[in-house]
Ligand binder design. Structure first.
Ligand code: F6P
Length: 333
């Protein structure tokens, strides 16, 4: 039984033995998983810990900062600063990268994270999560600045996200498939429950914030109009719609049963809504590893050359054939 369902530690040791990751990257992933457990425990406390409380200030994204956004950021920083495997860290909650304190050795990796994705949902007890991405630090750099982080998503060596929902689940890739681990709260251990996740190529479920419809570009409007027309329209079948408004939960659903998730550019979100470096890139890496596709409407997310640490981007990801259809509508426009 144990051999069928290895714990995260065993899974990572086996990836190391297979030469897929080194000891430093293994420690880094284990540390992120431990930090996710700690954040998950805080999320679980809910109103008892005042987690939804607003701090009355805005983060670098001009979004209302919650107490738990800040707590989650601190948990990830403190967990990762001393391991000797990181050169610097960047977060949604910090305008510029954090350096490794001089008391600790510096390592070869760069870590980016969104400590609490979907945090506007905390008050209403809807799943939130943590997203992270790992890059290599360019050689001979001692104080990595923002420019060191601006690598394409294809350069990622690992990516993962946790959802704090009915159960806490960690989805991870080190470039050889996407795998899901469920937290056993009694053992405090992540157990491999969703090995080698595959996204079905076809789907009849879409996820988009329809309240933005009047601002969409024509290819997106055409795609959703056709889904809504269902059996009576050109698609000849009915579509279902889901929108949790927590990217981690929406993407986990797509990984679990297929679907297309879209946050396109529109007249209000001119660059898109989601962040390239610590939301779109890690999710695109995971989705591609699961056999899905992820684009900004035309270009694969992982091939986009970043312009800034907090850059926003349009996202269309999920079941391959639907993502390709949306791309073809952008080409035809
Ligand atoms: O990036 C933040 C985020 O909360 C995502 O998790 C989610 O997909 C999106 O924003 C929701 O946006 P909206 O509030 O426009 O539906």
């Amino acid at each position: 039984m144990a051999a069928n369902r290895p714990a995260l530690t065993r899974y990572l040791i086996e990836r190391q033995r297979a030469g897929r990751i080194n000891a430093d990257l293994r420690l880094l992933i284990e540390t992120c998983a431990r930090a996710c457990k700690a954040i998950g425990f805080q999320v679980d406390k809910g109103a008892l810990a005042g987690v939804g409380a607003s701090l009355g200030v805005q983060n670098v994204q001009a979004e209302d900062q919650k107490k738990l956004d800040v707590v989650s950021n601190e948990i990830l920083l403190e967990a990762n600063e001393w391991g000797g495997n990181l050169a610097a860290l960047a977060s949604e909650e910090m305008e510029v990268p954090a350096q490794i304190p001089s008391a600790f050795p510096r390592g070869e990796y760069l870590l980016l994270f969104d400590p609490l994705d979907g945090s506007s949902n905390i008050d209403v007890n809807i799943p939130v999560g943590t997203i992270f991405s790992v890059l290599r630090c360019p050689e001979r750099i001692t104080q990595p600045d923002e420019a060191c982080f601006l690598q394409t998503g294809r350069a990622q060596v690992a990516a993962g996200f946790a959802t704090y929902g009915p159960s806490t689940i960690l989805v991870l890739t080190v470039g050889d498939g996407a795998h899901g681990f469920t937290l056993d709260p009694y053992m405090s251990s992540f157990v491999l429950t969703h090995p080698d996740i595959r996204i079905p190529e076809d789907t009849s479920e879409f996820a988009i914030n329809v309240s933005n419809m009047r601002r969409w570009e024509p290819p997106v409007k055409r795609y959703i109009d056709e889904c809504l027309a269902g059996k009576d329209g050109p698609r000849g079948k009915d579509f279902n719609m889901r929108w949790v408004a927590s990217m981690v939960a929406d993407v986990f659903r797509v990984l679990s049963r297929g679907g297309i998730f879209m946050y396109p550019r529109d007249a209000k979100h001119k660059e898109g809504r989601l962040r390239l470096m610590y939301e779109a890139n890690p999710m695109a890496f995971i989705v591609e590893q699961a056999g899905g596709a992820a684009t900004d409407g035309s270009t694969p997310i992982l091939d986009i050359k970043p312009k800034g640490l907090h850059q926003r981007i349009a996202v269309v990801l999920g079941s391959k054939n639907e993502v390709e259809r949306v791309t073809s509508y952008h080409v035809e426009k």
